[in-house]
Design a protein around this ligand. Structure first.
Ligand code: SAH
Length: 205
């Protein structure tokens, strides 16, 4: 998976590659899908949500430019896979999920895997996690019309945010960095994510 899907497409950060080699992705999907867990595509995780394609996880993680001391916020825990990858690299991961069944099963997995540097929360993450802010890095794994302002506000100086932004079906992956003179925004290319549903995302259907 790492060599053919991720290194071959240009992901080079050694910490990202090591984390992807280490985290057992098959544990984050249902038993029926285990054999497909290392394929080059997203997979359903129930509740009409998906675990992202491995390459997208790698690309977004690399774009966060994480170091050992970083505190990271993730919006959209889902299966917990992305959080587990982040937890291999960073100091602590705070992750929020709005669907209770997914929140509960990810939390159970983190316990079983002894990933004690992941802190979970059930609720609307589109407003961020004020009490734990600022964060060195923020990753949004669901698509919103725009990058939520409250998330940018919760970024530390020098902090990096990666989020899919755009329509309900296709988005652009954007990277926002908080610099001394303001915000810098770069486009990383097209992507497809499920909707960020919440106060600073899409309204519930
Ligand atoms: N990072 C996940 C990807 C899950 S898909 C993984 O590695 O598996 C995106 C997730 O975002 C879904 O589980 C969805 O329920 C969740 N989500 C959508 N809007 C949200 C919000 N406002 N707050 C928290 N989670 C949200």
């Amino acid at each position: 998976m790492v060599r053919q899907q991720i290194e071959a497409r240009g992901v080079r950060d050694p910490a990202v590659l090591a984390a992807l080699r280490k985290v057992p992705r098959h544990l984050f999907v249902s038993e029926a899908l285990r054999e497909q867990a290392y394929g080059d595509f997203p997979l359903p995780i129930g509740e009409q949500q998906t675990i992202s394609q491995p390459y997208i996880v790698a690309e977004m993680t690399q774009a966060l430019a994480l170091t050992r001391n970083d505190r990271v916020l993730e919006i959209g825990t889902g299966s917990g896979y992305q959080a587990a990858v982040l937890a291999e690299i960073a100091y602590r991961v705070f992750t929020i999920e709005r669907i209770r069944a997914l929140y509960l099963s990810a939390r159970r997995l983190f316990d079983e895997m002894r990933l004690y540097n992941i802190v979970t929360r059930y609720g609307d993450g589109s407003k961020g996690w004020e009490e734990e802010s600022p964060f060195d890095a923020i990753i949004v794994t669901a698509g919103a019309p725009e990058v939520p302002e409250s998330l940018i506000a919760q970024l530390a100086p020098g902090g990096r945010l990666v989020a899919p932004v755009g329509g309900q079906h296709t988005q652009e992956l954007v990277r926002v960095t908080k610099e001394a003179h303001g915000i810098r925004r770069t486009d990383l290319g097209g992507c497809r994510f499920v909707k960020l549903v919440g106060e600073q995302g899409w309204k519930e259907a």
